[in-house]
Write a protein that binds this ligand. Structure first.
Ligand code: NDP
Length: 445
């Protein structure tokens, strides 16, 4: 049996209930199969896949805290330290009701490759708890965050394991985690990133993911002998990622024709006005219909469907996973869309991915296009280590440079491995090689 199939089978057998972990490992291994099969015996002899696919360490712990009514509450906390061959473990903290060991492991696994692809000296990890801030007071969120930090602080360190923000753990929670860890250790360093700017947080924390997407498009088109200047863009979503992607796309000379929320979408032939989008969606928390009401010449369409029927040069899906199904992929291909640069994780269904690849639409990897977040958290960590704070201009320069480098790495790998237009495999193989080289150089440990 092929080495890869052996590992897929072993994981399914040993962790039958961890379906998400099984899925992400299977997808990744399928993507890197051509590389592994070339030197299968050498990889097998060094048990390289076992050492990569099983996490280094999994912490699971009880988080006990007291709510405002004086009741003792108990949640389940996790931290999966997956691989630190490239640098300290680094990855988000997710506070959400459906967090469990399976999700943490799957997300930790994906962080290894995302950080490796970003080219920064960081390993991969993920953590969190089955706790949601929804319906909790600020004091309850603080006490919960402190209790979580108390369980985890001994395993963290700027050179050991770095916590970043994720769903349910934003600037407020990162602040509480920072405070508690500082109190327990008396150390102020970059072991928590995504912090407030008054105590080590970086510029562009909120903007980085969105800004990085048009920067990736700019690099990719340049490498294809094209320019983003004057290109038309369809964009979905109207959250943090989409708003900043729209803003940067416009600044780079693209024309963003659409934006959406879960109720409907807007077509704006003059180009989405980023300030109005921000005002309506972020400041006023209103609906896209309100944007259309205030923007003469724009059209509002009920329901999220239809956005990908609009003819465009570049598509930027920035709303939710699997927003591009087979039907949407058909519209994109028929309309001659040149590239899809996703902000959303797993934006296309597996059938849509295959369709786009087969019909010559360049579907760039989401883990590369939305890597602006991991780039800027690493920049925060670097600033903390130097006890410096870079200007916004410097951080943005670095972000643009790293997005370009990520794109270069993917393109080079696609060319070198003869992957035609399979940029997703290019990203997976490039990340795998980086971790593999580091692990080999460091011996069997
Ligand atoms: P938000 O929740 O802030 O925004 C999502 C936006 O998409 C909202 O405007 C939402 O509308 C809209 N939306 C929801 N469902 C649909 C739908 N079916 N069709 C069209 N629009 C829809 O998320 P973010 O902006 O933070 O993230 C966007 C994507 O980027 C997500 O897929 C996320 O996983 C991914 N991502 C986010 C990262 C982050 O740190 N923020 C990191 C990496 C990836 P409504 O206002 O009605 O809710």
């Amino acid at each position: 049996m092929a080495y890869i199939d052996e590992i897929i089978g072993r994981i399914a057998e040993e962790y039958p209930e961890q379906k998400e972990y099984q899925r992400v490992v299977r997808e990744f291994l399928t993507s890197i199969r051509p590389v592994v099969e070339k030197e299968e015996e050498r990889y097998r002899a060094d048990a390289i896949l076992e050492r990569m696919m099983f996490p280094d360490r999994e912490h699971a712990f009880r988080v006990t805290w007291i709510d405002d009514a004086g009741n003792t509450r108990v949640n389940h906390g996790y931290r999966v330290q997956f691989n630190n061959a490239l640098g300290p473990y680094k990855g988000g903290i997710r506070f959400e009701e459906d967090v469990n060991a399976d999700k943490m492991k799957a997300l930790g696994f994906q962080m290894v490759w995302k950080n490796a692809l970003a080219g920064l000296p960081a390993g991969g990890a993920k953590g969190g708890a089955d706790f949601s801030w929804k319906g909790k007071s600020d004091r309850e969120v603080m006490r919960f965050s402190q209790a979580y930090a108390k369980e985890l602080f001994r395993y963290l360190g700027a050179d050991e394991d770095i916590l970043t923000s994720d769903i349910g753990a934003g600037i407020r929670e990162m602040g509480y985690l920072t405070g508690q860890i500082r109190k327990l250790t008396n150390i102020c360093d970059g072991r928590v990133v995504g912090k407030g700017s008054a105590f080590g947080g970086t510029h562009l924390r909120d903007e980085a993911i969105g800004y990085g997407i048009p920067y990736y498009a700019e690099a990719a088109l340049k490498m294809a002998g094209e320019s983003v200047e004057g290109k038309t863009v369809t964009l979905s979503g109207a959250g943090m990622v989409a708003i900043h992607a729209a803003q940067k796309a416009e600044e780079l000379g693209m024309k963003v024709l659409t934006a959406s929320d879960s109720d409907g979408w807007v077509y704006d032939p003059e180009g989405i006005e980023p300030d109005l989008l921000r005002q309506v969606k972020l400041e006023e928390k209103a609906r896209m219909s309100e944007y259309a009401r205030r923007r003469p010449g724009s059209e509002y369409h009920d329901g999220p469907e239809g956005i990908w029927e609009v003819k465009c040069d570049i598509a930027l899906p920035c709303a939710v996973s699997h927003e591009i199904g087979l039907d949407q992929a058909r519209f994109l291909a028929e309309n001659g869309t040149f590239a899809v640069c996703p902000g959303s994780n797993e934006p296309a269904t597996p059938e849509a991915v295959e369709y786009l690849k087969a019909h010559g639409v360049r579907l760039y990897p989401y883990q590369a296009c939305n890597a602006g977040g991991v780039v800027v958290t690493s920049l925060e960590f670097s600033q903390d280590a130097m006890h410096l704070r870079w200007s916004e201009k410097e951080v943005e320069y670095q972000l643009r440079y790293h997005m370009y480098e990520i794109c270069r790495l993917v393109e080079d790998t696609v060319q070198e491995c003869g992957l035609k237009n399979d940029y997703i495999a290019g990203a997976d193989i490039a990340a795998f090689r980086r971790v593999y080289d580091a692990m080999c150089a460091q011996g069997i440990v």
